[in-house]
Write a protein that binds this ligand. Structure first.
Ligand code: ARG
Length: 467
């Protein structure tokens, strides 16, 4: 059973250490279903083209169906001694149906077979990730709606800068994640564009294959136009890994903010106990481990992308065994992102914001200073003068341990006679936030609008995938 498919020309057995080193069954067994699907399309085409007898095609199709059913029910176990999943499926088939099984590989090589299998597998995995991402987007959008009007300080350089709303802050992540969804769609679209099956080992074949038929049966737009490119292209792995890296970067940034926000220094949010952990020595601790792990695992996904890029950069055409390394890297990236999404979504769903603390933080740090300068500008003072005057007001407040809102009109007027009663409305935090009516801005109405726009975009995706 564990014999290699390529035994023919060798007189001596391969060293067991080389066999172990060479074997990919440990990780490519995840492609079993896709390998069988691809083989079924190949067998159907070989029969229809008269390359193998129709009766053999029938036997192969029945045999492969049986193998798939038995693998899924657990009746049949993958043989860990097999060299790879392709070998395992073909040898099991031949053991079950005899000579017809030996005709399955006619005009095909494991090189075009594996290129096909990874595409089919990643297509399925990417769809799974998209579903998870859509859930996360739904969850974050609902939170943004809930806190559409919750005033908080917005930051630059991690210094309090201008007033925003928590809803606006969360929606920023929704837009990032919607772009991620788009990037996954895009990567899959290109993955599905060209079918490598029929490229053979590298140089096509002399059999009259119908490559259009297999491409169509397997959900591809067309067969690939060049057999060398067909067997040696791994762009689609790199594109998906890149889309996943960007998505992890977004999750990591959000995680970093959650770590900050849940600290006593900020206390803007409270994570549910079920999504935090304690310390073995410090009884008071409630740690945001989930977010720290996401931040940590981001490096791991970048590493997978780097593995793929470096693996490919020196390879002459066409197939090289180096390329076997693609699967561990890309599957690790998929598994890692899936794991993160699975945990972060319920963590965010159960996260509680503390708007009173956000509001209190917004009251310190002079985040309405720009609004004070804008007020003077609207009264006719050139912006640069208004900026300077407000700066001296802020300095005075710092020196006297007070804030702009606490000054009297007389105190304001000592700095400029331009000030009148209107200044108090102008620097009121809620007014400052709600007054930021520019498109894409932080006011509650803008958050509601963004929620609607994001939901419409997600609805398009749902329509496409769920009808
Ligand atoms: N396990 C191999 C891989 O993942 C399958 C292709 C083997 N082809 C070969 N010429 N040895 O790349």
């Amino acid at each position: 059973m564990a014999e290699q498919l390529w035994k023919g020309r060798f007189s001596q057995a391969v060293d067991s250490r080389v066999n172990d080193f060479n074997s990919s069954i440990r990780f490519d067994q995840r492609m079993a279903r896709q390998d069988i699907t691809g083989s079924m399309a190949n067998a159907a085409m070989l029969g229809a083209q008269g390359i193998i007898p129709e009766s053999d095609t029938e036997a192969i199709l029945k045999g492969l169906e049986g193998i798939l059913a038995d693998l899924e029910s657990g009746v049949l176990a993958i043989d860990p001694e097999a060299e790879d999943i392709h070998t395992f499926v073909e040898q099991t088939l031949t053991a079950r149906i005899g000579d017809a099984g030996k005709r399955l590989h006619t005009g095909r090589s494991r090189n075009d077979q594996v290129a096909l299998d990874i595409r089919l597998t990643l297509r399925d995995m990417a769809h799974g990730l998209e579903e998870q991402l859509a859930d996360l987007i739904d969850t974050l959008t609902a939170k943004a709606e809930e806190y559409a009007g919750a005033v908080m300080p917005g930051y630059t350089h991690l210094q309090r800068a201008q007033p925003i709303t928590f809803g606006h802050h969360l929606m920023a992540y929704v837009w990032m994640l919607l772009r991620d969804l788009d990037r996954f769609e895009d990567a899959v679209a290109r993955m599905d564009a060209q079918c490598p099956l029929g490229s053979g080992a590298l140089a096509g074949t002399t059999y009259p294959l119908d490559r259009r038929r297999t491409a169509e049966a397997l959900g591809f737009a067309a067969p690939c136009q060049n057999s060398l490119d067909g067997v040696s292209d791994r762009d689609f792995c790199i594109e998906l890994a890149s889309a996943m890296s960007i998505c992890m970067m977004h999750l990591s940034r959000l995680s970093e903010e959650i770590i900050l926000w849940s600290s006593w220094e900020f206390k803007f949010i409270e994570l549910d106990d079920a999504f935090t952990t304690g310390s073995s020595i410090m009884p008071q601790k409630k740690n945001p481990d989930v977010t720290e792990l996401i931040r940590g695992k981001t490096g791991r996904v970048y590493g997978d992308l780097n593995t793929l890029l470096v693996m490919m950069k020196g390879l002459p055409l066409a197939y090289n065994k180096d390329m076997q390394e693609d699967k561990e890297a890309i599957f690790d990236a998929v598994d890692t992102l899936a794991l993160c999404l699975r945990t972060v979504t319920p963590m965010l769903a159960t996260m509680r914001a503390l708007p009173e603390n956000m509001r209190a933080a917004a009251a310190k740090g002079f985040i309405n200073a720009t609004d004070c300068a804008d007020y003077l500008t609207k009264k006719g003072m050139p912006f640069r003068d208004a900026y300077k005057l407000t700066g001296s007001l802020v300095a005075w407040c710092i020196g006297h341990n007070t804030v702009l809102e606490a000054l009297t009109l007389e105190q304001f007027r000592e700095f400029s006679p331009v000030f009148d009663e209107g200044i108090f409305d102008a620097i009121d935090l809620v007014n400052c936030t709600e007054g930021r009516i520019s498109e894409g801005g932080p006011c509650a109405a803008s958050v509601h609008r963004q929620v609607e726009q994001a939901a419409a975009q997600l609805a398009q995706w749902k329509e496409k995938h769920h009808g």
